[in-house]
Write a protein that binds this ligand. Structure first.
Ligand SMILES: Nc1ncnc2c1ncn2[C@@H]1O[C@H](COP(=O)(O)OP(=O)(O)OP(=O)(O)O)[C@@H](O)[C@H]1O
Ligand SMILES: [Mg+2]
Length: 254
């Protein structure tokens, strides 16, 4: 059985999780021969598919809602329901030459995100062995760690901008992860870096955060976002892409 490397990309809202996931996926697909699955696990801001130019026909949430309807309308055994979910989950993974994508989606019904997170947890368990690498673009904050959406993950990348508040969120995420889930390593990625950040860097030791990469603020990303363009054909000379290449090298030798 192959060994899957699973990476969760977490952090404060707006820190750059989705952009970094998309750029990492681009760099990995161009430099490594591996079967990669991207998971858009953010039910509130599901933007990853747009940034990687893939359009899933169905989300996990739509599957869950269809199965519920189906179960209400017909009498189904639990075995049949489980098989339907498995089949539909595989069917909802959209593929390109570079990678595959599974999207959690926004809940179709009112209520909290617990059932969605629970389904995501089951799906992760059942499909992870089919891929060499899984990149998960998570919801902002601590929720998915608290809900133990992944009870085991290899690597957690906590994305933070250069504000103290964002760094403090990173500290809370690390504490939650240590309490609630099994992981091998957790690193900090500083994003949108500009100007003198010596104050923030001086805090990292006392916060026990290990910095793996600093991604500069990149006008090209801002321009691409303004025009609604995906990130896959961003100029190879882009300043952020150089730092993402370094990050990917470090991550892939884990
Ligand atoms: N290195 C960068 N340089 C310039 N702008 C950036 C950079 N990284 C991210 N951004 C911009 O910051 C904003 C937030 O990025 P993104 O959507 O990736 O954050 P997020 O952490 O996924 O947010 P959310 O918590 O809402 O999911 C976007 O407008 C994005 O283009
Ligand atoms: Mg996001």
């Amino acid at each position: 059985m192959r060994k899957t490397l699973s990476i969760a990309i977490v952090g404060k809202g707006g820190a750059g999780k989705t952009v970094i996931t998309a750029l990492m996926a681009k760099v990995i697909s161009e430099n490594f021969d591996c079967k990669m699955l991207l998971i858009d696990a953010d039910p509130t801001h599901p933007h990853l598919s747009k940034l990687v130019d893939l359009n899933p026909s169905r989300t996990l949430e739509q599957i869950r809602s269809n199965v519920i309807q189906d179960t209400i309308n017909k009498e189904r055994s639990s075995q049949e329901i489980a098989e339907t979910i498995d089949f539909n989950v595989y069917d909802s993974i959209v593929e390109s030459k570079r990678f595959s994508l599974l999207s959690m989606g926004q809940p179709e019904t009112p209520g909290c995100f617990c059932p969605s997170n629970l389904l995501m947890k089951r799906v992760l368990k059942s499909i992870s062995n089919d891929f060499d690498l899984i990149l998960i673009d998570c919801e902002a904050g601590l929720e998915q760690i608290h809900r133990m959406v992944f009870d085991e993950i290899d690597l957690i990348l906590v994305i933070s901008d250069i504000s103290l508040r964002s760094i403090e969120t990173a500290v809370s995420i690390k504490k939650s992860a240590q309490k609630f889930i099994k992981f091998k390593k957790l690193y900090l990625v500083l994003n949108k870096v500009k100007g003198d950040i010596s104050f923030i860097l001086s805090k990292l030791d006392s916060y026990k955060l290990e910095l793996i990469a600093s991604i500069p603020e990149d006008n090209l990303i801002i321009e691409y976002e303004m025009l609604g363009k995906h990130m896959l054909d961003i100029d190879n000379e882009s300043i952020s892409l150089n730092s993402i290449r370094d990050l990917v090298k470090k991550v892939m030798i884990q």
